[in-house]
Write a protein that binds this ligand. Structure first.
Ligand SMILES: *Cc1c(COP(=O)(O)O)cnc(C)c1O
Length: 390
């Protein structure tokens, strides 16, 4: 069966060109990039090229790039470094809709290390309450960490504006740009961020490789203490093949940015308008004109998201309900709850997240499957009667 893959915010297909670029470094080119001999140094040169390619994607300098094992490690390392930089400050700020890599770490710091944590709320459209954020900033604040774009709704936060305020007050600013990369134009210098996280597997590189951008001049303390690798900012022999693959993926992401913002955006809009037109009691979550171009979080009244997914799965359509990380629990996602999406619509929310591999035919097939699926589920739903939710 052909799979229609619309779950790209959970993970992406590794690009064939990325695989091609990586393959020799699993095999004959196994040298250690730190070695003195030419055999190792040749790998070192390729790692250097990868570092440059990653830097190019976000307008950083290559020596500001630290390779990590994943987005989660980058997030953890950033928060760790920030609180170490200001040991006397005991207040940290984030939002209510962060990825678990930030959200659960902040909760941990509150519960186990006595940090005062401000989780800044969002409104019904997922927009950050910047007023409350600014009011919560104080001399005791070490760090603000905000995602650049939300993985569930695609809503984009005003990173540049908040980073500017943070800089003025001498508060460190970190952004989780895992979902923004490859979809938005990221410029760390223009944005004025101190640290920024990326993850390979969200941009067509493999799982298990990430990046932390660390601004020059910031007194960074490593999270993994060990050898001199990554300029002393992360111990451990470099994951050469994956780093090289990620470099290629970043180069491709840069080239594909306009396709993402034109073709992929148009496909998403097409899918959205077809679903709204064909299925009553449907609503889109998040600020419509301030979203990632590939993301559609859409709620169907009076049905269960999980049931929709199971029926779509039978036709080979891969989507997700809320965040892949929360599936397994029956609560609506913390993002939709933070947005106060009404329960009966939040429960029936699923997320389609597209990539440049998707086609218009696939969007038509999704709509063709969704119409009878929702009809069937509503026929069994105690919350649906006479064409509307009760
Ligand atoms: C996927 C994701 C992460 C985690 O990245 P991993 O490489 O899977 O650890 C962090 N933040 C956001 C917003 C994500 O979407």
């Amino acid at each position: 069966m052909n799979v229609i893959y619309t779950d790209n915010n959970a993970t992406t297909k590794v690009d064939d060109q990325v695989i091609e670029e990586m393959t020799p470094y699993f095999g004959e080119l196994y040298g250690n990039p730190s070695s003195m001999h030419t055999f190792g140094d040749n790998v070192g040169k390729k790692v250097k090229q990868a570092r440059q390619r990653v830097a190019n994607l976000i307008n950083a300098d290559p020596d500001e790039i630290v390779f990590t094992s994943c987005g989660t490690e980058s997030d953890n390392a950033a928060i760790h470094a920030a609180i170490n930089a200001f040991p006397e400050r005991k207040h940290i700020i984030t939002s209510t809709v962060e990825h678990p890599a930030i959200k659960n770490l902040y909760s941990h710091l509150a519960a186990k290390q006595g940090y005062e944590v401000t989780f800044v709320p969002v409104d019904r459209k997922g927009r950050l309450n910047t007023q409350l954020l600014y009011e919560s900033m104080s001399e005791n604040t070490a760090l603000i960490s905000l995602m650049w774009a939300n993985n569930e709704t695609g809503v984009i936060f005003p990173i540049e504006e908040v980073a500017k305020r943070a800089n003025e007050k001498g508060i460190l600013f970190h952004t989780d740009a895992v979902q923004a990369a490859g979809k938005l134009d990221i410029d760390v210098k223009k944005a004025g961020v101190d640290m920024l996280s990326l993850s390979g597997h969200k941009i067509h590189a493999p799982k298990g490789i990430g990046v932390l951008y660390v601004k020059k001049g910031f007194k960074f303390t490593p999270y993994l203490i060990g050898g001199h690798q990554e300029g002393g900012r992360r111990g451990g022999t470099e994951n050469t093949a994956f780093i090289i693959g990620l470099g290629k993926a970043c180069e491709l992401a840069r080239e594909n940015l306009s396709v993402m913002n034109s073709q992929v955006g148009e496909l998403r809009d097409y899918l959205q308008s077809r679903l709204l037109e064909k299925i009553a009691g449907t609503s889109v979550n998040g600020e419509l004109d301030n979203r990632l171009p590939n993301t559609l979080s859409i709620g169907f009244d009076a049905v269960e998201g999980e049931s929709i997914l199971l029926l779509l799965d039978r036709d080979g359509i891969c989507a997700s309900s809320g965040s892949a990380c929360t599936s397994g629990s029956l609560d609506p996602s913390h993002v939709l709850m933070a947005m106060e999406v009404p329960f009966k619509s939040a429960h029936g929310t699923i997320r389609f997240s597209l990539s440049h591999y998707n086609t218009k035919d696939e969007m038509d097939l999704i709509v063709k499957t969704m119409v009878p699926t929702i009809e069937k589920l509503r026929a069994m739903s105690p919350f649906w009667k006479d064409g509307k939710m009760i």
